[in-house]
Design a protein around this ligand. Structure first.
Ligand code: DAH
Length: 366
């Protein structure tokens, strides 16, 4: 075999054995690069006699073409194998059937919580959370309900058999108000939060379930007064019920954690066996209905939150979310909320695409 033939056999063998694209490239450079072996042979043509060139030229060009073609073929083969491996690793089964109908729905309680978060976010409130298993200091004492305070007895509390490491009694939180304390202690002032969540009381009938939902609001800043509270409630209730004719009645009341304390009623009328919120409760055919408890945060609660009550004041309120949902969407039995009956859920539930927004409406019924 001539030298050229040997070289060709060697190069083609190496190309065939190249394991990856980098190896193919290395061979290309070594053979066809400026300093490459095949390029070197091509350069010798210039110094040959015409006869020699006629004899050697076709062989050398043939070598270059064979090597070029072999490199291209090996590169294609390696790329195809890599694609094949990638496709095999990333398979998706396009034959899986799509569900005939959308399954599942958003529970009205979740929907109402999302509506509330949207409304309050627009007023600059952040969402805060706290544990459902709470200690009695956060749930009661820090909220100005020391042990033996009569208000504790009104909460029908679920107690745990064991205390925590600090010796505190543990409870299922009876309201979302402990999140007030946790937020002040963790973040200081000013504060502007809502805290939605589950709460628990040992109570059960058509309007009470042992687990229900509340949303707490807390605003702490300098020079906050009752007017701020009233404006906030009015703005929120108008947005929530999507009506401008909401009329509030503020009644003096008592909660240990607020001073003064205010219970808030809204006017409503009975229409077709359903309560429809709107108008003054004193108007003909109307009545008042209590919707929430509120007040100016008690100095002792501000102190328990680690803040100086001479510098920081605020208001708070707590609302039953389930009751708000019943009012807005017309359910009459609270227990059905938690039965998991598919017929109830598909009737009262919302589509996952019904995301409440202020621009699109916070409560488009399903
Ligand atoms: N925590 C009270 C309850 O569950 C509701 C409440 C009343 C919350 C007044 C407040 C408030 O923040 O100011 O009965």
């Amino acid at each position: 075999m001539s030298d050229i033939e040997n070289m060709k056999a060697e190069l083609l063998g190496a190309i065939d054995g190249a394991a990856d694209l980098a190896a193919v490239e290395a061979i290309r450079v070594a053979a066809l690069g400026k300093q490459g072996s095949v390029s070197g042979l091509l350069k010798t043509l210039g110094k040959m006699s015409p006869e020699e060139r006629q004899a050697e030229g076709p062989k050398i060009h043939g070598l270059r073409e064979a090597v070029t073609a072999a490199l291209a073929a090996r590169k294609d083969a390696l790329e195809a194998a890599a694609l094949e491996a990638k496709l095999a690793a990333e398979t998706i089964d396009l034959s899986l059937p799509a569900p005939e109908l959308p399954r599942g729905s958003v529970h009205p309680v979740s929907q109402v919580m999302d509506e509330l978060a949207e409304i309050f976010a627009d007023m600059g409130f952040a969402v805060a959370t706290g544990p459902e298993i709470e200690d009695d200091w956060h749930n009661f004492t820090a909220l100005n309900m020391p042990e033996s305070h009569p208000a504790r007895a009104m909460h029908d509390t679920f107690y745990f058999p064991d205390r925590d490491e600090a010796g505190r009694e543990m409870v299922l939180r009876t309201h979302t108000s402990p999140v007030q304390i946790r937020t002040m202690l963790a973040e200081g002032a000013p504060v502007r939060i809502i805290a939605p969540g589950r709460v628990y009381r040992s109570d059960s009938d058509a309007t009470h379930t042992p687990m229900f939902h509340q949303i707490e609001a807390l605003v702490i800043d300098r020079d906050i007064h009752l007017g701020h509270l009233k404006w906030t409630l009015e703005t929120f209730l108008k947005a929530f019920f999507e009506r401008d004719d909401i009329v509030l009645r503020l009644r003096p009341s008592y909660f240990p954690f607020t001073e003064p304390s205010v219970e808030v009623d809204v006017g409503y009328a009975n229409e077709g066996g359903r309560r429809v919120v709107g108008g003054s409760g004193d108007a003909p055919g109307h009545a008042w209905m209590e919707v929430l408890g509120s007040g100016m945060v008690n100095r002792r609660v501000v102190e328990a939150g680690g803040l100086d009550p001479d510098e920081w004041q605020g208001f708070a309120f707590g609302i039953g979310v389930d009751r708000l949902a019943m009012l807005k969407y017309g359910m009459d039995d609270l227990r059905a909320f938690f039965d998991g009956d598919v017929r109830w859920l598909s009737h009262y539930g919302f589509s996952a695409l019904d995301v409440p927004t202020l621009s699109g409406g916070v409560g488009t019924p399903a």
